[in-house]
Design a protein around this ligand. Structure first.
Ligand code: M6R
Length: 604
């Protein structure tokens, strides 16, 4: 939710760095963007635009900015205030400029009192109070650092803030409360960066430091670049450096049209890698029950895991959406293992739910893709899902990594899995991508979609509906197939298109009955199934009554038939992801950056 970046340099020409970092942070939000820097005449210059970094780049004079050494940048996901230039960051007040990620909860009272003191506000964003408040404190004691610290002390909420001042072109200040912040020096020690995450700093810093809760950072350029990190008591502290593992491969499209397509193509590779490298100290069988808490796609990964944990490990499992869990006052137990699944490791609802559980003294296990993220650092135990950095706003390969981790936790012995069978199915789906692309052309104008599945196919159906909604803005719902007769069947007519996940598993007969119930009511049906299943549906096939995506007849996913049954729908997720991607493309939409969304949701 919003990306921030800043740089203080011993040499000129930082604007290119700011823009490149912002481009990599665009997945965090892309409603508006801006930079502020101090130019060679010690003037504060601000450039802002509605929309993406590409638009920002167009209004920047790189020659004019060539001689500057300090600057800040922002890419916004709007929370307080519409998408306008006035609400875009950086916000300024006199000679001060700030960028902010998060929410200032007490901004209204602060604004009211600043207005009484004569401050005039341009927009309605909560962030603007930060710049004005620094100005207010500067008027009193004329010390930038003290004014910044006094301001931070007055703010309530979750935030990461960076500030610069035209009269202090050698000083960069940052503070973190609740929102992530990473800092790093370039390998030649010429440039110091503060940013929202490691991605922004990939290829710029080999090592980075994640600030702890309540920390602030002061970077100064004297004869050399020096920085110090202060804790909430303003004592200088050491924070551990970590390797910046975000590779160039992760942040480039490598010939694919979009990051999302590239990331879908990585799904079988990720499944193999997670399987190969999996290590874990936690045995789910040691607990009386499991409680999985997550949001969005990560929640669906948890739902799928419930089928596996209960069947394979016989451990009672609950799964809940984090934003509900955290305010519900649930009954918790010491005999339960609490698992938090998150790609970004920064989702505020999941993080807050985890903090609650931890504060009560119960055991927390995080399943997280971004190393060094808040959830990864704060959990008692963490399994890194190792999907590689995911740039597309829609989670794809990270769902595969999360579910693979959950499967390995459930099954306990890797040898019970035939990983090659699972990835063979995924590869065959990728090879038949042209079939899915052609179908997407048919589906692109459908007004309403219904995704159905039974057993493990049900969470896959939910995941399919979510992906379709977020990428194509088409109304799509996921339901257990057996449940449609309890209500949803009433809305079936020729305008409803049902996508039914029907692997050749224990449930397939019942699932096909549900498909027929829909066809009998003039609904259209797409079956995602195998050639063997379709071969038995002579009437449907002969009369071309159903669309179909056919998967190769199944490989065995396990030598144990019971395990094999449980896994049959799982690789179908690759088809579901591809379908959502191609429908978005057929509708002329940006699959990597769907409207109104951001990759990491650090606000409520
Ligand atoms: O980073 P997290 O896994 O915690 O994110 C949770 C959801 O915000 C995320 O899965 C969201 O639903 C995706 N955009 C779905 O594709």
């Amino acid at each position: 939710m919003c990306g921030i970046v800043s740089v203080l340099s011993r040499n000129d020409g930082i604007i290119r760095d700011l823009i490149d970092c912002l481009s990599r942070l665009e997945y965090r939000g892309y409603d508006s963007a801006g930079i502020a820097y101090v130019d060679k005449n010690s003037r504060l210059c601000v450039k802002k635009t509605i929309g993406k970094i590409a638009s920002l780049e167009k209004i920047i004079d790189f020659n004019e900015g060539a001689r500057c050494r300090i600057g800040i940048g922002h890419t916004r996901w709007a929370t307080h205030g519409e998408v306008t230039i006035q609400n875009a960051h950086p916000h300024t007040s006199d000679e001060v400029a700030i960028v902010h990620n998060g929410i200032i909860e007490n901004y209204e009272s602060l604004k009211e009192s600043l207005m009484k003191d004569g401050f005039v506000f341009d927009g309605v964003s909560d962030s603007e109070v930060v710049a004005k408040l620094i100005s207010y404190h500067l008027k009193k004691n004329n010390d930038f650092l003290k004014a910044f610290q006094a301001t931070i002390g007055q703010l309530k909420g979750a935030f990461a803030i960076v500030a610069i001042h035209a009269d202090y072109p050698y000083m960069l200040l940052g503070a973190k409360r609740g929102s992530p912040m990473a800092v790093g020096l370039s390998p030649d020690s010429q440039r110091f960066y503060i940013a929202s995450d490691a991605v922004a700093l990939s290829s710029l810093c080999h090592d980075i430091v994640y600030l702890d809760e309540g920390d602030s950072v002061v970077c100064e350029l004297t004869d050399e670049l020096r920085y110090r990190i202060l804790n909430s008591n303003l004592e200088v502290v050491d924070r551990q450096k970590t390797r910046n593992n975000v590779s160039l491969h992760d942040v480039t499209k490598n010939g694919f049209e979009d990051f999302m397509l590239k990331e879908i193509f990585e799904e079988p590779v990720v499944a193999q890698r997670v399987f190969r490298n999996f290590k874990c100290n936690v045995n789910v069988a040691d607990y009386r029950s499991i409680y999985i808490i997550a949001c969005g796609t990560s929640y669906y990964a948890g739902l799928l895991a419930k089928y596996w944990l209960e069947s394979l490990s016989r451990v009672h499992t609950d799964v809940e959406i984090a934003s509900e869990f955290r305010y519900r006052n649930p009954v918790l137990s010491r005999e339960t293992l609490y698992i938090f699944i998150s790609q970004s490791g920064e989702t505020i609802d999941t993080l807050s739910a985890m903090r609650q559980v931890k504060n009560m003294g119960f055991k927390t296990l995080a399943i997280v893709n971004v190393e060094g993220s808040s959830i990864a650092r704060e959990a008692d135990e963490c399994i890194h899902t190792d999907a590689g950095f995911e740039i597309g706003v829609a989670s794809t390969k990270s769902f595969v990594a999360q579910t693979m981790v959950m499967l390995l936790l459930s099954i306990q012995q890797k040898s019970r899995l035939n990983i090659d069978g699972i990835t063979y199915t995924m590869y065959s789906i990728l090879n038949d991508g042209f079939v899915i692309k052609a179908l997407a052309e048919r589906i692109k104008d459908k007004a309403r979609l219904l995704y159905l599945g039974r057993g493990g196919s049900f969470p896959i159906a939910l995941e399919g509906a979510l992906k379709m909604k977020e990428l194509s803005y088409v109304s799509a719902e996921g339901y257990p197939s057996g449940e449609i007769k309890h209500g949803p069947i009433a809305m079936i007519d020729h305008q409803v298109y049902s996508i039914i996940i029907a692997p050749d598993d224990y449930y397939v007969g019942k699932t096909i009955v549900n498909a027929r119930e829909i066809l009998a009511r003039n609904g259209e049906v797409l079956l995602i199934t195998t050639g063997k299943v379709l071969a038995n549906l002579h009437d449907l096939k002969k009369n071309k009554l159903v669309d179909h995506i056919l998967l190769k007849d199944q490989w065995e996913y396990s030598t144990d038939p019971a395990v094999d049954q449980l896994l049959r729908s799982w690789p179908y997720v690759t088809a579901i992801h591809m379908l959502a991607y191609y429908v978005a493309k057929a509708r002329g939409l940006n699959a990597d950056q769907p409207r109104n969304l951001a990759k990491s949701v650090t606000v409520e």
